[in-house]
Design a protein around this ligand. Sequence first.
Ligand code: CU
Length: 153
Amino acid sequence: MAVLFAALASVAWGHEATERNPPAVQAEETPFGRAADPRKAKRTVRVEMSDAMRFTPAEIRVKRGEVVRLVPVNRGKVMHEMVIGTLEDLKQHAELMRKHPDMQHEEAHMAHVAPGKSGEIGWQFTRAGEFYFACLIPGHFEGGMVGRITVAP
Ligand SMILES: [Cu+2]
């Protein structure tokens, strides 16, 4: 009986939690913020990516708590990607990509964009500080394909 009660209680609790927190809001907190519904963003920032291994703009300023819709646009002829994170995370990830060039990765804080296409990342910057965005395709980060996001407190 106690087991059944516990099971029922967990069902009730689970249901209540789901109603209060739809899945889109239950994003994992990272040192650089969390995934957010891009439709909730008050601001869209378009960032162009070129085969000269540059992001334009390469500097983005946001306020802490702000939800931003980042739209990386690939103006080049090769694949590019926008991955946001701390500089340390990005360096480690770039190292991993060098070792495993065929590595498939797809997470909320990144967008892979084919030539001529655009992507979308909805992100809430929950901590003040300096964060970065980079293209981690082997050779691109090393070629200078990195930009900075400054989150004001
Ligand atoms: Cu690139």
